[in-house]
Design a protein around this ligand. Structure first.
Ligand code: HEC
Length: 118
């Protein structure tokens, strides 16, 4: 009896987990169907930015009066972006190669590109 209850609970938890994954996939597919393929990347990049970059670069990508550049004005140059983020720059911008995956850096690029000033 007890064993049966435990089994049912486990089955319910598994069902919820499957639904959660399916829902996430649906949201992503919906973004793509909307002609908005990078929205999921932008959202993910935004949260990575908030936890890893904003304390130096500012919550809005600019930190006037400090040594960090305004990232909204960063040129449309993904290679330079990825290189700087991975290797750091001038011992002031820290290197992230050991901390962030290529996907995470790609998502950061999607987020920062989405805020570029014209
Ligand atoms: C410890 C503070 C600090 C953190 C954290 C930090 N940066 Fe920087 N970043 C800097 C400084 C300082 C510079 C300017 C370096 C220079 O030009 O000498 C810079 C420069 C840059 C540049 C311009 C590079 C170029 O080629 O001109 C980019 C892009 C950048 N950061 C992205 C990021 C991203 C993305 C993150 C989060 C993963 C991040 N930074 C986290 C301090 C930081």
């Amino acid at each position: 009896m007890l064993r049966e209850v435990t089994y049912q609970t486990a089955a319910k938890i598994a069902a919820v987990a499957v639904l959660t994954v399916a829902l996430a996939a649906t949201v992503r597919a919906a973004d793509e169907a909307n002609g908005n393929p990078v929205q999921a990347q932008i959202d993910h990049g935004k949260s990575t930015y908030a936890s890893k970059c904003s304390h130096c670069h500012g919550p809005n990508m600019m930190n006037s009066g400090t040594i960090t550049p305004d990232l909204r004005a960063f040129p449309d140059d993904k290679t330079r972006f990825v290189t700087t983020v991975k290797n750091g720059k001038n011992n002031k911008m820290p290197p992230w190669a050991d901390i962030l995956s290529d996907d995470e850096i790609g998502d950061l690029w999607a987020f920062i590109s989405s805020r570029r000033k014209p």
